[in-house]
Design a binder for this molecule. Sequence first.
Ligand SMILES: Cc1cc2nc3c(=O)[nH]c(=O)nc-3n(C[C@H](O)[C@H](O)[C@H](O)COP(=O)(O)OP(=O)(O)OC[C@H]3O[C@@H](n4cnc5c(N)ncnc54)[C@H](O)[C@@H]3O)c2cc1C
Length: 555
Amino acid sequence: MDTPFATHDVINQSPPFENVNLFTSDRALVEAVTREGGGAAANRLTAFGAACGSAEAFERGRLANEHTPRLKPFDAKGHRLDVVEFHPAYHECMSLSMAEGLHCSAWDHLVSPDAKPNDGANVARSAGCYMAIQMEAGHQCPVTMTNAAIPTLLLQPEVAETWLPKILGRTYDKTFQPVRAKRSATVGMGMTEKQGGTDVRANTTRAVPVNGGGPGGEYAVTGHKWFMSAPMCDAFLVLAQAPGGLSCLLMPRFLPDGSVNALRLQRLKDKLGNRSNASSEVEFQGAHAWLIGEEGRGVPAIIEMVTGTRLDCAIGSAGLMRLVLANAIHHCRHRTAFQRKLVDQPLMEQVLADLALDVEAATALAFRLCRSFDRADDERAAAWRRLMTPVTKYWVCKMGPALAYEAMECLGGNGYVEEGFAARVYRELPLNGIWEGSGNVMALDLLRVLQREPESLEIVLEELGATAGRDKELMPQLERVQALLHEPRLLDARGRSLIEGLAKLAAGAILRAHAPAYVADAFMATRLSGGARHTYGQGLDGADVRAIIDRALPA
Ligand SMILES: Cc1cc2nc3c(=O)[nH]c(=O)nc-3n(C[C@H](O)[C@H](O)[C@H](O)COP(=O)(O)OP(=O)(O)OC[C@H]3O[C@@H](n4cnc5c(N)ncnc54)[C@H](O)[C@@H]3O)c2cc1C
């Protein structure tokens, strides 16, 4: 007999996307990691991919974002606390990522004097970040900043000596206490002030020397930061105006005598996305800090950190794009409309394959950039790192929001509700474009490299030219880039054309050299030639869309 609720039987919904190995199910990732020198980490990454793609991990991601961090400025009796409380799920994400070494593994060699960097360490670490961000994005902020802070800290060896043993610790320690009592440490960043973020020279925060100051010396810092994320980090690299000019300082939460340093958390930002991560407004009321490098050399010191975070922005956006793409394909394989699976509908095939091309290109370009971080001493790698960091960050992060929107649409109404991943990823992705250098700032950074280090451009174009010279679609793209470069007077206004042109040229060259022909051909036909497009799902009529989709997510 029919039950009264027979109409509530749930049919034609896709099963949950969970218990997926985020490494082995992602061919573009596995190939990029192997190609760029991280293949030795494959077993470890396979295990981490299973952990990050498990149902428990995705549930952790949901909980950490639904139960957002809360600022506790005071205790019950009115004493200052200046701490942030997180849901246990956030701490679990931190534990998993730090046990994997995502905050430090590229620097493991620093534990023994004279040791050389491990081959492929940055590529392997980045592959871990690419997967951890799919589990949960917000906790990657302190993970990224800690890894990126290390080269800046190394500029002041005696400060690095105290902090590195803790930073290289793999056991996440959420306790709020002096770092010497902790099993590990994380480091954040405080640059942005109300009156200037990009333009850090407008910083008004002051650093006054205590006992003479100088490199490694103590300063008292007074001022504010308008954005300072992950305020429960153990220390922050901050910029402040010292007598000798804008300077970089390491500011701990606790002083060496065990007292709490004078960082006063004013409030937490109410953000569009990135909700599991706390981003604070903070005042420094004579907070103590140690100078890193010389007074007046703050920007060159902190730029080391900023470069590392820009790489992670590109890797993170590629990872999130991958997650929504995989979700979209998975859903369309199970959902039927008009007697056919969505994935078999010709228009949907076009859309899914088109999305997959951008994800594969973003992944390829981001991991190519990682390799250049692994070979920092090599002149050619250094040129790639310098020129292609802004190019890769710009292009990959700019692609993310539009791609996430289209992938969300593939999921229909389910895509728009918070219980799936798509809505959260869609709200997260614009952030990677904004922080650590927004779009225009990346274009300006590229122009600065052209002006100050023209040899970097020569090296990169020579490498791209070697592939482009044999290809009928890449060659015109190379010529377009060269034409832009030959009009230096107009470059200021054409920075975005140049940066996007270089990104497409480089991505196309990598795909042509390493991806299956059906991927490379379709990428060239739609991104380097063909008519202008503003939406996905066009121009692939001659492409093997089925092969592209099956490669993106093996059935
Ligand atoms: C969630 C979140 C967390 C953050 N966490 C931190 C943190 O932990 N630490 C920290 O220091 N900062 C942090 N930031 C700040 C972030 O890095 C800045 O917001 C960003 O650098 C931009 O600075 P701004 O907001 O002052 O904008 P502005 O510098 O005013 O820029 C506004 C716009 O103008 C453009 N622009 C700037 N200069 C030029 C130019 N010369 N020509 C053309 N266009 C230009 C920019 O590209 C941008 O689009 C965070 C921001 C967010 C949203």
